[in-house]
Design a protein around this ligand. Structure first.
Ligand code: IPD
Ligand code: CA
Ligand code: CA
Length: 265
């Protein structure tokens, strides 16, 4: 199942779909949006739900047998070891609602616990990142690589913070370790974009505790661009190794161990 040719077709399909959803959310921002808060703090707009509908309907029409794990509409029981689409219909919703540009649509496909392909489309920046496992990573069709900078004191590192404010203060030690040893920190507010920016060399590293839909597509793109990915916290044995999205570190290969040590402390 899932020969290379089949996966190449799936990648083309996924690229078109992510762009279609991206164009939709761009258009929707021209009109009034509806806002809701999940668990009191997590913003979801009417555009998140419309993007989810579009992606879900197209995936179901073309790949009726493959289950979908989407931030806005996943089943309670998901088999992470079977074939699976992993979708974040808008990554960067807070940016989206504030008229900012770091917003993406993220779609990945996994099989037997391995992330096989990923697409991250940024409609306001008109950048499409994509990768098929074993075939390199691309931005708008051009091959990309992470950078090889090896001076920690010049490294720019991105991270993010949970919506749940009670969990934020525990993260300050890591932030201070990074700030005391690196050039600076960035908070782009779209995990998928953070990971793609490591992949194309705009950042030396990125770390955060995120959900699987935030990182799945970026994982393939960063790996294919030569970045190293690891988990600096406890593993979740019930999940395939590549789905460990808690305490995720993505970085260029030269700084990985140093960053790992700073975060693990
Ligand atoms: C969020 C973004 C953000 C990260 C949060 C995510 P959303 O996703 O990726 O950068 O810090 O943890 O939840 O809510 O915009 O899809
Ligand atoms: Ca997200
Ligand atoms: Ca989202």
């Amino acid at each position: 199942m899932h020969s290379n040719i089949e996966l190449e077709h799936m990648l083309e399909f996924t690229e078109e779909l992510a762009m279609k959803a991206g164009h939709l959310i761009k258009e929707l921002r021209e009109k009034p949006l509806e806002f809701n808060y999940k668990c009191g703090t997590e913003l979801v707009t009417s555009a998140d739900l419309k993007s989810d509908d579009l992606i879900r309907n197209e995936l179901k029409a073309y790949y009726p047998d493959i289950p979908i794990y989407s931030e806005e509409s996943h089943a309670d029981k998901t088999d992470f070891f079977g074939p699976l689409w992993i979708v974040d219909p808008i990554d960067g919703t807070v940016n989206y609602a504030h008229g900012q540009f770091n917003v993406s649509v993220s779609i990945a496909f996994a099989y037997k616990g391995e992330l096989k392909l990923g697409v991250v489309y940024c409609p306001f920046l008109e950048e499409k990142f994509s990768a098929l496992r074993g075939h390199g990573a691309y931005m708008n069709g051009k091959r990309i690589y992470c950078n090889q900078m090896d001076d920690l004191s010049r490294a720019v590192i991105a991270t993010g913070f949970p919506y749940d404010r009670s969990k934020r203060s525990a993260l300050m030690k890591r932030v201070s370790n990074i700030l005391n040893n690196c050039q600076d920190i960035r908070r782009l507010a779209s995990a998928a974009i953070d990971i793609c920016w490591v992949a194309c060399g705009r950042l030396e590293g990125y770390y955060e505790t995120v959900s699987i839909w935030d990182m799945a597509a970026g994982f393939v793109i960063a790996k294919e661009a030569g970045a190293l990915i690891s988990n600096f916290g406890p593993e979740k044995p019930e999940l395939p190794e590549e789905f460990n999205s808690e305490c995720m570190l993505v970085s260029n290969p030269k700084l990985h161990d140093k960053l790992f040590d700073l975060l693990k402390e």
